[in-house]
Ligand binder design. Structure first.
Ligand SMILES: [Zn+2]
Length: 88
């Protein structure tokens, strides 16, 4: 699956954080404390414990593709490792 590496553009940050807060899909969460990660221009990170950050997101999270159910693969949960341990 395609990924987008930081730094993120303003529009990508907007899309990522909308995705993270939407609740329709499983968001990236902190592996240490479970808080939803929040994107900024340089990273997507945990503001709960402040001890976790990563510098990539899935491409569909950053370009609003996640809003289109036809585009969304739907089977990515658990395949990429970190942050995908919870199931809805
Ligand atoms: Zn945390």
């Amino acid at each position: 699956m395609d990924v987008v590496i930081a730094p993120f553009t303003e529009e990508q940050v907007e899309s990522i954080n909308a995705f993270q807060g939407d609740g329709s899909w499983h968001p990236f969460t902190c592996p240490k404390c479970g808080t939803r990660l929040k994107a900024s221009a340089v990273t997507i990170q945990c503001y709960g414990c402040g001890k976790y950050m990563q510098t990539w997101v899935h491409k569909f999270m950053a370009d609003w593709s996640w809003r289109d159910p036809k585009y969304f693969p739907g089977d990515w949960v658990g395949k990429e490792g970190e942050g995908h341990d919870e199931k809805r």
